[in-house]
Design a protein around this ligand. Structure first.
Ligand code: CTP
Ligand code: CA
Length: 225
């Protein structure tokens, strides 16, 4: 692949990417979150932008920066905000890559004042389910749109990844296993497998998140042709 080809391969394509964790507020000073750093999603945004795509990066709370002119960043905090941004950007996108670690539940009530310590006893937090952004986009996906999902599993990896691929109407899914050394949260490296709708599975060796992003975007580019 020539340098020139790689710079224009995704020209005129709009690609939506979700990245990072979401924070679900408990009260003004506390939240429920997860360990996602956003590094994989940001690497995907850079990889798409370098190939000439127009990128919309919907980012949960992360400390990362982007500085590519083709990347429009929308900062959100909660799963609800991420859902709103994704639903409004998807109809005009050619593809969406859903890399965010979206909280599955949020506290039913956000207390307006800081919750005070009780003198003794347990405390219960009632959680309600968040909307599934991926499944919602999968349900409205048009014939010519491509949807890419992620799965982070600790056991029965292939089974869960394939069922998510079907349930959420993905074109392919990127599987991360937390069992692999040097893969997953907070790492600069990752080890993935890609499973597509035909059941084809490609396993990749341990690589930097930049190189993993390039592998994923190469697969996406072949489907967008
Ligand atoms: N996802 C999403 N919105 C959600 C939850 C998940 O868009 N509310 C996306 C993720 O970004 C990822 C894919 O769906 O691309 C799979 O996420 P995962 O958390 O593995 O799937 P869940 O259906 O939430 O299943 P689990 O019970 O394993 O968490
Ligand atoms: Ca989940």
């Amino acid at each position: 692949e020539s340098f020139f080809a790689s710079k224009t391969e995704l020209e005129k394509k709009k690609i939506l990417i979700t990245a990072g964790p979401t924070y679900e507020k408990i009260d003004p000073v506390r939240f429920i979150g997860n360990y996602s750093s956003g590094k994989m999603g940001f690497a995907l945004a850079e990889a798409c932008a370098r190939k000439g795509a127009e990128v919309v990066l919907i980012a949960g709370p992360v400390s990362l920066k982007v500085n590519h002119p083709n990347i429009k960043r929308i900062d959100v905090e909660s799963a609800g905000e991420m859902y709103q941004a994704a639903i409004s950007e998807f109809p005009t996108s050619d593809a969406a890559v859903l890399c965010a670690a979206v909280a599955d539940y949020r506290p039913e009530n956000q207390e307006p004042e800081k919750i005070k310590r009780e003198t003794k006893g347990d405390m219960m937090l009632h959680l309600v389910p968040n909307k599934d952004i991926a499944a919602s986009l999968g349900a409205i996906k048009r014939e010519n749109q491509i949807l890419v999902g992620f799965a982070l599993e600790t056991k029965d990896e292939i089974f869960h990844a394939e069922s998510k691929l079907q349930r959420k109407n993905f074109d392919f899914i990127v599987l991360n296993s937390l069992r692999d050394q040097g893969a997953g949260f907070r790492c600069d490296t990752n080890k993935i497998a890609i499973i597509d709708r035909l059941g084809e599975k490609i396993e990749y060796p341990l690589k930097s998140k930049q190189e993993v992003a390039a592998d994923i975007i190469n697969k996406l580019a072949t489907l967008l042709k």
